[in-house]
Design a binder for this molecule. Structure first.
Ligand code: ATP
Length: 456
């Protein structure tokens, strides 16, 4: 990097994030050797660790810390009537126009209204087609016959799997209202415009929680869940100046929603939705009761009442959270004035709860038994933490490599380690180093993870 600071120095841009993600094995383009597949991405060794840990942090927050929320993993393939009841067959559409000249396809609500009115392509000035509705669900066939009776959809959201199981969970787990059901899983949407890396893809993962409440208490619970979800991102160390609320106006509200807020994040391309908190009323369960012919009322035996619950939904993208966390963690920092490449470091300031590697073990030298000792110490840490081991190159360079992967702690083994059993514990964010006895190391790491506060 040159000494002359340019406009982008120190800042996360989508180009930098995409290239770091590929270089370090977070995210690769799907089927890259064939030129790539639009709207699909593969998660490499660091990416899958990060994704699993983000999912784990959300799961812990939603289930382990809430006695009133149960987990579920519903199938991707559901009875096609589900999607008629949910309104997806009829309403899950985007307005679409094509340019007859340059053949580019646009979402009609994403091009300037004057272009739409004049039917003029915003790219080349060519003539646009009429707007038509395009359903975002992927449709396929189940079984050998490709007829209308065998049509099946890849689920476009995980929520419906929760609604159709709500009675099962009430009965099997004796859940009492208010209670929630949490689920993480794949969803598929035939998105027209997939750009900005993994922000909007055709195959993605969602982390959804549906909270079932008594009608009349829905507004209170809606506000409660808005507060809880905001607090969750704060706890993960996300910079709050990069988060804001956006309330859906009358034109934006989905057909099922009474009120809806998005938590938006300031991505490099601007403010965009990260998670939705929706008051879905009793729409979903009423429709499923109607379409399935099953009684989906909740029976409140204590108060001798029965009703269709209202649902407060918190719906976050897992893969979109991963992009957000990469952007939020990204930092370039001037660390010394050596006048060479080493004076800048790229560092991913992940919260240790989500960092792909918690501790890297680095022998100062390969020789004199230091490598063996380091391997031994790594073995001790493995049971509790994800670890990495690196013995090649100058120690400064190895620290930089770990900084760029977002590893919060490095453990360095030197000659003193052989003599007195102490190691150097180096902190990613402050670059501070302390001496710790190897017998204390695991406990110390646990304490540091618990006490972690982002400093920058
Ligand atoms: P948009 O209006 O941007 O298409 P949406 O409002 O339809 O999105 P929801 O249906 O509320 O989105 O989905 C809930 C969450 O799922 C979103 O906040 C987002 O994090 C994630 N999500 C939705 N669509 C995609 C996608 N195509 N790729 C990645 N994540 C997605």
């Amino acid at each position: 990097m040159s000494d002359v600071a340019n406009e982008y120095q120190g800042k996360a841009t989508m180009e930098k994030i995409t290239s770091l993600a590929k270089r370090r094995g977070f995210v690769f383009q799907s089927s890259e050797i064939y030129g790539g597949q639009n709207g699909a991405w593969d998660y490499g060794p660091l990416g899958i660790e990060l994704k699993n840990r983000i999912a784990r942090a959300w799961w812990k927050e939603m289930t382990q810390l809430h006695d009133d929320i149960a987990g579920l993993d519903a199938a991707i393939l559901m009875h096609p009537r589900t999607w008629e009841a949910s309104g997806h067959v009829e309403n899950f559409t985007d307005p679409l126009v094509d340019c007859k000249k340059c053949k580019v396809r646009f979402r009609a609500d994403q091009i300037p209204p004057e272009n739409l009115a004049a039917k003029k392509c915003p790219d080349c000035g060519g003539e646009l087609t009429d707007t038509r509705k395009f359903n975002l669900m992927f449709k396929t066939h189940i079984g050998p016959a490709e007829d209308s009776a065998s049509v099946i959809y890849l689920r476009p959201e995980t929520a419906q799997g929760i609604y159709v199981n709500y009675k099962n969970i009430v009965q099997s787990n004796r859940m009492k209202i208010p209670f929630g059901i949490a689920q993480i899983g794949k969803a598929f949407r035939n998105e027209i415009v997939t750009k900005n890396f993994i922000f909007r893809t055709c195959e993605f993962e969602q982390m959804e929680m549906q909270y079932f409440v008594k009608p009349g208490t829905d507004e209170e619970w809606f506000n409660e869940w808005r507060n809880r979800r905001w607090a969750y991102y704060e706890k993960l160390g996300i910079k709050t100046e990069n988060l804001r609320w956006h309330q859906h106006g009358p034109g934006e509200l989905a057909h099922y929603a009474k009120d809806a807020y998005d938590i938006e994040y300031l991505f490099p391309m601007g403010w965009r939705e990260l998670e939705g908190v929706h008051n879905r009323t009793n729409y979903d369960l009423t429709r499923h009761a109607e379409y399935s012919g099953k009684d989906l009322q909740y029976i409140d035996q204590d108060n001798n009442e029965r009703y269709i619950p209202y649902i407060i939904e918190t719906s976050a993208g897992l893969t979109r959270n991963l992009l957000m966390i990469l952007c939020d963690a990204y930092d370039e920092e001037k660390v010394a004035d050596k006048g060479n490449d080493d004076d800048w470091r790229t560092v991913l300031r992940f919260h240790p709860a989500v960092a792909p590697v918690t501790a890297a073990v680095l022998p100062l030298m390969k020789k004199d038994g230091l490598a063996e000792l380091a391997q031994d110490i790594r073995r001790e840490l493995k049971e509790d933490f994800t670890t990495d081991y690196d013995q090649s190159g100058a120690i400064g360079r190895r620290y930089r490599r770990q900084d760029e992967a977002g590893t919060p702690f490095c453990v360095t083994i030197d000659y003193d380690s052989k003599d007195n059993g102490t190691v150097t514990l180096r902190f990613r964010d402050s670059m501070e180093q302390v001496r710790v006895h190897r017998a204390e190391l695991a406990a110390r790491l646990h304490r540091e993870i618990k006490a972690y506060r982002r400093m920058k």
